[in-house]
Write a protein that binds this ligand. Sequence first.
Ligand code: NAD
Ligand code: MG
Length: 386
Amino acid sequence: MTGNNTKKITVLGSTGSIGTQTMETVAFLGSFQVQAITGNRNVAEMERQIRQFKPKLAVMSDGEAGKELSLKTADTETKVAWGERALLEAAELDADILVSSIVGNAGLVPTMAAIKAGGRRIALANKETLVCAGHLFTKAILENHCELIPVDSEHSAIFQCLMSRGESEIRRILLTASGGPFRTKPISELYSVRKEDALKHPNWDMGAKITIDSATMMNKGLEVIEAMHLFSVPVEKIKVVVHPQSIVHSGVEFADNAIIAQMGTPDMRIPIQLALTYPKRLPSLAKPAELTEISQLTFEEPDLEKFGCLALALEIAGRTDSAPVVMNGANEEAVRLFLSDKIGFMDIPQIVRETVEKLGSLPADTIEEILERDRQSRRMVRELSL
Ligand code: NAD
Ligand code: MG
């Protein structure tokens, strides 16, 4: 079955928004053998993927879900396993490409295990891991002969713009942001928004956590730090530009003030596919962008007073202590509490800032320290929200 052009692929978080679009792209390209797929609780989607892609290994993080999946797919050749060790086994399985699309800090340890298994391309969607452990990741990528290709649309755009860098310095990165569902809402109305309002993103269809992050603009804050690690630029050289149409996915300004930007429809299957096929560009499932129909592209400054999460991320982006890890962990927990109706929308920036003030100056140099800071910040958020 494995022809010369067939590549082995593993997808961590294959049942999520990025994960299912990756599997769709894998099926469309038809040139991959799926090694391992992983999910958390979605048994139905995992069973569907096992039957369609016939992976060697399928892992559920949740034990009950794993046992149920195992019974349902007993007639297949796929080995089904569950729990933390099994997730690491999936990450380490021999593969040419590993797609890291688990949401949140939960992706940290498995993605690092995949890098340490060596000699593979890491197609990275999971931005939280770069925010928490960017310096450890980029070092491990080099040491283990891996290649890091961004999946996040803005970072894929920047990666594509850098192809025309020539011998120029990067003067600035122009990181575009849609502004989310509350871009034009006055700050006074944000105190009463409900999760149903925050979950309605104008341009992108994504998982719940990143959709809330887009509404608070923490997503852009995380992306600034993600870009610093991926492209080795200081925060001063990154400008966040609000661009509500989400057609320009980001740009780079070079020494002569020329800006190269990447455009296209807001469809994650474009950056996902490029991360799988790079340096090839192949026909994709995404629709072309009809510029005359879109007709207007607009750009504005972000409102840092209204979007306190973005303001905080820009303030702490350059720090090498625990501030980024704590900000990320506190945000994950605050978003979880907001999604379960325990706190209000405007509590998110306030709680995250307070947690960073309390726990942000500790060391976070090793994976163990990073995981401990993450746990501490989640605990503190739960206490602050009571
Ligand atoms: P999602 O919630 O739709 O999917 C998350 C995946 O992670 C699922 O497969 C789930 O089973 C798995 N998962 C969740 N918790 C887990 C745990 N504790 N242990 C193991 N697995 C777990 O999320 P998504 O929108 O696909 O986002 C995934 C990542 O990609 C995030 O880091 C996000 O910031 C990034 N990203 C997403 C988009 C998008 O369009 N959705 C765009 C850019 C970047
Ligand atoms: Mg993005």
